[in-house]
Design a protein around this ligand. Structure first.
Ligand code: HEC
Ligand SMILES: [Cu+2]
Length: 317
């Protein structure tokens, strides 16, 4: 059992050495100052000890030079740590590279549902190719979970009602532990799994064999839902004028009835489907004639609809 939880995680993503360098510096610096302070306390305690009962210590005046040094040195150090940490943070938790492979994750008490854009689904396992940036778009059906891969040094909360994302690039094929890092109920500790990193050829084989037989891509599943839920009656191609055309919508700025302009990102599409009245498209009546789909569709179905809407063109992000 203890072998499953090694003391030191592996360095298996491009971020890992960078995170380790920062932590190494913090630990090294702390050790240096601990040693320095303890040595000085000991040396001073011995050197300046009281040698006789009558001894009166000489008065001490302040030293401007000393004071400047002990303000400037720590200030410089913490500013450096701040700059270093912020730069790394923005790199890791900023926007994923455009060529990243997008995989969708839905947390549920107490498992991880994974959907690949090509349609493969898995539970508590995530198969990915090495040497390619991977972007995870994540949400949850119930409570807050947290998606954590120690060997990759990435962790991000997965929050009900919205999408969060992380990206990383695995460097070496292998099996790596995946955890939920947010206490989410009785079986929280069982909410773990494996990330299986494969070389690109193996990964392609896995994709081809995945699901056994013909599988529907996420966007295809979304298109089917789009018909089933009758979205096409208002958003159809031969536009009956009941709703705006959704072609090329993703990533585009949308003018709203209240004069604001918002970008049609994932959060906007999600809100448009679950709560149409929140933002009315310019030129349409308020309240919206579009019914709410809150409670009618699962998070996984919502992701499929999203994949379909993205496939209708628009700026890829
Ligand atoms: C009864 C007609 C109707 C149906 C059914 C309908 N919609 Fe809509 N939809 C509208 C109207 C009208 C608007 C514009 C007003 C607004 O913003 O709510 C709209 C807006 C939207 C927008 C924002 C569009 C933009 O240009 O910013 C999205 C996305 C959307 N709908 C998706 C869907 C999806 C997905 C479904 C099916 C699950 C669906 N709609 C079903 C009428 C409908
Ligand atoms: Cu959890």
């Amino acid at each position: 059992m203890w072998r499953d939880f090694p003391l030191l995680p592996e360095r298996a993503s491009t971020f890992a050495p960078e995170v380790d360098a920062l932590y190494g510096f913090l630990v090294g610096m702390s050790l240096f100052f601990i040693a320095l302070i303890f040595i000085l306390i000991t040396v001073f305690a011995i050197k300046y000890r009281r040698r006789s009962e009558e001894e009166v210590p000489p008065p001490v005046r302040g030293s401007l030079t000393l004071e400047i040094i002990w303000i400037a040195v720590p200030l410089g150090l913490v500013l450096m740590i701040f700059g270093w940490g912020a730069a790394l943070y923005f790199k890791m938790y900023g926007r994923a590279p455009a060529e990243a492979l997008e995989v969708y994750v839905v947390g549920k008490q107490w498992m991880w549902h994974i959907q690949h854009p090509t349609g493969q689904r898995e539970i508590n396992e995530l198969h990915i190719p090495a040497g390619r940036p991977i972007k995870l778009t994540m949400t949850t059906e119930d409570v807050i979970h947290s998606f954590y891969i120690p060997d990759f040094r990435v962790k991000k909360d997965v929050v009900p009602g919205r999408y969060t994302s992380i990206w990383f690039e695995a460097t070496r094929p292998g099996r790596y532990r995946l955890f939920c890092a947010e206490y989410c109920g009785t079986k929280h500790s069982e909410m773990s799994g494996w990330v299986i990193v494969m070389n690109p050829v193996e990964y392609q084989n896995w994709l081809n064999s995945g699901g056994g037989g013909r599988i529907e891509s996420l966007a295809q599943a979304g298109e089917r839902l789009f018909q089933q839920l009758a979205c096409h009656t208002c958003h159809g191609e031969d536009d009956p004028g009941l709703g705006p055309s959704l072609r090329g919508l993703f990533g585009r700025p949308v003018r709203l009835a209240d004069g604001r302009t918002v970008v049609a990102d994932e959060a906007y599409l999600r809100e448009s489907i679950l709560n149409p009245d929140a933002k009315i498209v310019a030129g349409f009546a308020s309240p919206s004639s579009m019914p709410t789909y809150q409670g009618q569709i699962t998070e996984e179905q919502l992701l499929q609809l999203l994949a379909y809407l993205k496939s209708l063109g628009g700026e890829q992000r």
